[in-house]
Design a protein around this ligand. Structure first.
Ligand code: ADP
Ligand code: MG
Ligand code: MG
Length: 914
């Protein structure tokens, strides 16, 4: 569908000299980079002038067979003229040529996804002009060779081919260095002299010609057109698509293009380029953090080709620029009120700002920065709660190395701590092989000299990432931090040989598939496999092996959770089947059990025998005998759970899976069972085949079991009530909530309720006590949602079983969808995996309907969710919107869900105000 051009027809937004058409709030239109370039210009920071082509042009480009709106060209020319006016230079001029950078910039930054082109506007004539106007020939030719290299790569597609481990331009550089400096392997690019650079330009042009059959374009306007097209084109390249899929970024957003006058960090010893953070993005500590390279252009820092120096070092080399930079650091934080990640260049001692954005940070840092910024009165506690991405809280709970094990381990190399946490795995030197190994079930460490966006899939598959080159803002580091991957980079003692698939460190050779371990918090690399241990928060809360006062990490976490409680309306329960799990969840702040799957209790020890006896029984009487053996086990489990909960509610679901899941299927196992039970193997095989189902998900399960065999429900109800009576007698409050699964017909629920109520009355009489309990149902098949008003006549609560509700609504089995669902995600038929995040427009609609219908008959009906989705932040927010009272998730997800629930409440309140 061709979209008509926008109402405004303004495609180009100018910035420069303290004035800007746009501002920081215009990220959807100008992209993150463009909006903040405008904002920095407005607040008086030194930003080279330029303009931003809007994301709407990108949308137009793809909707109209890769063409541009008519008005664009004129607006671009006006943008260039504006720069020329401000700087007294001219694009393509033979006296004072204007050079520009062409930079992509989507709404959310996508590190390394889109490539930047620097020094555009150079050709054989303008390079001479630049030589003259700058009085620095080496610099002019350095710019020229860089330009051909970047343009050749990004626009003309001269890139490494399948099977090559090095970029072709880099190979040319290496070749020349070998000729110039024979026998000296690690020569920096800055050592290449003027004649060497001229030679490089010649060889680069020849390379372009050889690979593409085309001459390198000489007309600056053609160059500009090509570069802009390449930026828009890159929005649909493979790596961008992979990245968007991973982070759920819709392709409609598009990218903007920024064209900006060049400033030069490569003019000599008073120049340089760097990347810095206003606080440490790994730990969150309030220190100036970052790195820079003298005499370099920006992409040298980001690409990880040379290992840069820490930014504090700049104080010695260029004290004035450093003081200015410190001032900028303060201005940025007080203006943007968040930790900033910014890029700068110093040209002959003068500072220029080239980018700022809210800095990516680890979960650990996110918590610390949020908490400390409240103390510094930069932000409110509500803002602090919304600042920590709920998903990232996982990292605060992530494992660290076992203290004893790591003490005994040998440090074989040190690098930079780029992504915190502990990881151990088998090493792989290439992304594809890493992915394969991970699919085969191995724990993998991806080891590279340096990573590039092509390695993204391998990075996703790996437990951790280790590189030999590159600094803390290298590609590997940025991406790892965002994904919460453990990462050590710039471990320069590592010598990777891609060809031989080996890694040599200090005389020892490791082969692909060998074990290494890395500590991304300390930046250390260890030989072999090392046992990992729980995070500090887990040590304090669950293992109780660490005192809260000894753990600042725990203290920040606890402060954040306190704020969450202040904000939240929904509570978070847990899915737990054992007293130990219940205890963990309560320690993490769960307010009860939302789902206790009773069948999990039947698999332990000898219990399975009684269960099998029950299934093999020929008549009700034998079945009851077998069930009587199970009763004490269940009762003890429930009693243990009630004790841990200390009066918090427990939703207990009656038996759900089909019975054949409890029987063995292989001959040998059947024979064993036959011996044990004294039942013939034939009889067992016969029962197994009787119970066989073609679609177990839709078979004899859920309440259908209790209806066919009421004695099973009877036993389960008795176990619950006897346990309740017992624990109550101990002086502990008990709140059982019995939940009947897979109800679609009101009568199903009624039949099961009769059993429950009758047993409750019996137990109350026998134990001479009163037990308060509730009965409710799961809404997990569409019919249940459709007749929720009728079901609510009998059900005191609904709990959405979104796993089954998703399967049955989509007609898609969770276990069999693996073969096509990835394709569906790729094609954006489904935006997210519906088994991980509630399909809000489909399954969600049924949920909303059930809520409304249920409330019609029973206004105070208790509503919750207990599918896997209960721990997914987006689903939690959805649950808040439709008015659920609680979500339930696995114990270790409880903090994540608490944070998401608090965020949902704060966002909900904000939306209401508007
Ligand atoms: P990314 O999105 O990958 O960060 P950028 O567009 O920020 O890419 O460009 C990468 C680097 O190129 C920047 O960090 C900066 O150092 C350099 N750069 C971009 N534009 C200019 C410019 N106008 N002058 C000097 N350097 C620039
Ligand atoms: Mg950048
Ligand atoms: Mg279910």
């Amino acid at each position: 569908m061709a979209k008509s051009p926008t109402k405004s027809e303004k495609y180009v937004y100018l910035f420069g000299n303290k004035k800007a058409d746009g501002n920081g709030s215009m990220k959807p239109l100008l992209g993150g980079k463009g909006a903040n370039l405008a904002e920095m210009t407005r607040i008086g920071l030194p930003v080279p002038p330029g303009f931003t082509i809007t994301t709407e042009v990108c949308t137009y480009y793809y909707a109209n067979k890769r063409t541009y709106p008519k008005a664009l060209q004129g607006q671009i020319e006006a943008g260039v003229a504006n720069m020329e006016g401000l700087l007294g230079k001219k694009f393509g001029d033979m006296q004072k040529p204007l050079l520009v950078s062409v930079r992509s910039g989507a709404r959310d930054s996508m590190p390394g996804m889109m490539d930047t082109i620097l020094n555009l506007g150079l050709n054989d004539q303008t390079v001479v002009a630049l030589e003259r106007s700058s009085g620095n020939a080496r610099f002019a030719w350095d710019c020229y060779r860089r330009f051909i290299q970047m343009y050749g790569d990004v626009v003309m597609g001269v890139q490494k081919r399948a099977g090559e481990d090095h970029e072709p331009f880099e190979t040319v550089i290496e070749g020349l260095k070998n000729e110039l400096f024979p026998g000296q392997p690690h020569i920096e690019d800055t050592k290449i002299d003027l004649d060497g650079l001229k030679e490089l330009v010649k060889r680069f042009k020849a390379l372009v010609k050889e690979r593409t059959g085309q001459e390198f374009p000489t007309n600056p306007w053609d160059q500009l057109k090509g570069a802009i097209g390449a930026v828009f084109g890159s929005w649909m390249n493979d790596r961008a698509i992979v990245y968007r899929r991973k982070y759920g970024i819709p392709s409609e957003w598009g990218t903007a293009v920024n064209v900006q006058a060049m400033v030069f960090g490569n003019t000599g010893s008073k120049s340089g380029s760097g990347v810095a953070f206003t606080r440490d993005p790994a730990s969150g500590e309030k220190v100036f953090y970052g790195e820079f390279l003298m005499n370099a252009q920006g992409e040298d820092v980001v690409a990880g080709v040379r290992t840069p120096e820490p930014v504090a070092q700049l104080k010695n080399e260029l004290p004035q620029a450093f003081a200015e930079l410190e001032q900028v650091r303060k201005t940025l934080e007080s203006h943007f009120k968040d930790m900033q990640d910014f890029e700068f260049t110093i040209e002959d001692g003068k500072l220029f700002m080239l980018q700022t954005r809210n800095g990516k940070r680890t979960g650990l840092a996110a918590v610390r920065i949020a908490v400390e910024m409240v103390k510094e009165k930069l932000i409110t506690w509500e803002t602090a709660v919304t600042r920590v991405p709920a998903e990232q809280l996982d990292q605060v709970l992530a494992p660290i190395f076992d203290r004893a094990a790591v003490k005994a381990a040998k440090v074989i190399a040190k690098g930079l701590p780029a992504g915190p946490g502990a990881a151990t795995g088998r090493i792989y030197f290439n992304a594809e092989r890493a992915v394969e190994a991970a699919h085969a079930g191995q724990k993998v460490l991806l080891v590279r000299v340096e990573t590039s966006p092509e390695d993204l899939r391998g990075m996703i598959a790996a437990e951790g990432i280790l590189t030999a080159r590159g600094g803390v803002s290298s590609h590997a580091a940025l991406v790892a931090r965002q994904m919460g991957k453990v990462c050590v980079c710039g471990a320069s003692a590592l010598h990777v040989d891609y060809g031989a698939k080996t890694l040599e460190v200090g005389g020892t050779v490791y082969k692909e598939g060998d074990y290494l371990s890395i500590d991304g918090t300390l930046g250390e690399v260890y030989a072999g496999e090392i046992k990992t241990a729980a995070s500090e928060v887990v040590q304090v809360l669950v293992e109780k092996s660490l005192s809260p006062k000894d753990s600042p990490i725990y203290q920040n976490f606890a402060q954040l959770m306190t704020w969450c409680n202040k904000a939240t309306r929904m509570t978070v329960r847990t899915n737990a089947d054992s007293p130990a799990q219940a205890a963990n969840a309560v320690a993490f702040g769960a307010t009860g059990i939302g789902l206790c799957r009773t069948e999990h209790m039947f698999f332990e020890g000898n219990r399975i025998d009684a269960m099998r006896e029950m299934i093999l029984a020929e008549n009700t009487e034998d079945r009851k005998k077998a069930l009587a053996k199970l009763l004490p086990y269940q009762r003890d489990d429930f009693a243990g759970i009630f004790r841990e909960l200390k009066g918090l509610p427990a939703t207990i679901r009656f038996l759900d899976p089909p019975l054949h899941e409890f029987l063995p299927h292989e001959d040998a196992a059947i024979k064993d069972l036959s011996k044990k039970m004294g039942v013939s193997a034939d009889a067992i095989s016969k029962r197994v085949s009787e119970l066989h189902e073609f679609n177990p998900m839709l078979g004899h399960r859920g309440c259908r079991l209790g209806i066919a065999y009421p004695e099973i429900s009877e036993m389960q109800a008795r176990a619950v009530f006897e346990a309740a009576a017992q624990v109550q007698k101990e002086g502990i409050k008990v709140k059982p909530e019995i939940m009947i699964p897979l109800v679609g017909f009101p009568k199903e629920l009624q039949l099961q309720l009769e059993v429950v109520h009758q047993v409750a009355a019996e137990v109350a009489k026998e134990k001479k006590t009163k037990i308060n309990y509730m009965v409710g149902t799961m809404i997990e098949i569409p019919r249940g949602a459709l007749v929720a008003d009728d079901i609510a006549k009998d059900a005191q609560f609904f709990s959405f079983g979104t796993n089954d509700l998703t399967q049955t609504t989509l007609g898609m089995s969770r276990d069999d969808s693996g073969s096509f669902l990835p394709k569906y995600q790729e094609l954006e038929i489904v935006k997210k995996n519906p088994f991980a995040s509630v399909d809000q427009t489909g399954v969600g609609k049924l949920m909303e309907m059930a809520v409304e219908l249920g409330r019609k008959t029973r206004p105070d009906i208790k509503l919750g969710i207990c599918g896997e989705h209960g721990g997914d932040p987006d689903s939690v927010k959805f649950c808040q919107r439709i008015g659920l009272r609680y979500v339930s998730c696995s114990p270790f997800r409880v903090p994540v869900a608490r944070l998401a629930a608090a965020q949902a409440a704060i966002e909900g309140a904000k939306a209401k105000k508007k």
